[in-house]
Design a protein around this ligand. Sequence first.
Ligand code: ADP
Ligand code: MG
Length: 218
Amino acid sequence: MLLEVAKLTKSYAGPDGPAEVLRGVDLVLEAGATLALTGESGSGKSTLLHLIAGLDTGDGGHVRLDGQEVTRLDDAGRAALRRGTVGIVFQQFNLIPSLTVAANIAFQARLAGRHDPERDASLAAALGLTPHLDKYPEQLSGGQQQRVAIARTLAARPRLVLADEPTGNLDEATSGVVLDQMLALVAETGAALLMVTHSPALAARMERRLHLSRGRLA
Ligand code: ADP
Ligand code: MG
C-alpha cells in the first residue's frame, strides 16, 4: 500500500478553544490509483493534504507513506519525503516569483535529482506552456500559473501526487484537458493521484471518490 492514513486527528486553536478539523480520518491508496476528494469549503481537505505531505503534523493517528511513518519523521525526514516521494500542487500555486516558468518547472525535479530537460519540454507542451517558458509567474494568468504548478510537480515524478483543486482557476473545457494530461502523466509514471475537486464531472473521472464531512471521510 502506497498510502495508509488511520485515525488521523487535527485541531486548530480557535477563538472558543481548539476546533477539531479532522476527527479520525481513514484512507488507503494503492500505487497508481486515482482518488477524488470532495467536501465543503472549510471541511479540512487542504489540512489533510498538508498532513499527508508532512507539511504539518496531526494530533493523533498515523500517516504511512511508501513504508515510512510520516508522523514520526523529523524535519529533515519530512523534507526528504517531499523531495523524493510526494509532490503537491498547491491551491495557491506557490510558484517561485524570481524564477522563470522553465526554472520553476525544473526546480522540484532538480531537488529530487530527476531533472530531465526533454520531459520538461514535453510537459510544457502538453500543458500549453511552451510560449511562456521565459516569462515570470507574475506575467501569467491564474490559469497559466496553475498549469506551471502542475508541470513542476509532475516533472519531479513523485510516487504520490497530491493536487489541491488543481483546476480551480480553469474554465470547464480547459479543466477537462488539464485533467486528461494529469491522468495520462500519472499513469505513465505509475504515480498515484489524490485530487481535491469541487467538480462532480472531474471527480467522476477518477477511480474512487471520497467525501470529507464532519472531520471524517465517507
Ligand atoms: P478546505 O481545504 O476543505 O477548504 P482547510 O483544511 O483549509 O479546509 O480548513 C479547515 C478548517 O481549518 C477551516 O475552518 C480553517 O479555517 C481551519 N484552518 C486551516 N488552517 C488553519 C491554521 N493554520 N490555523 C487555524 N485554523 C486553520
Ligand atoms: Mg482547501
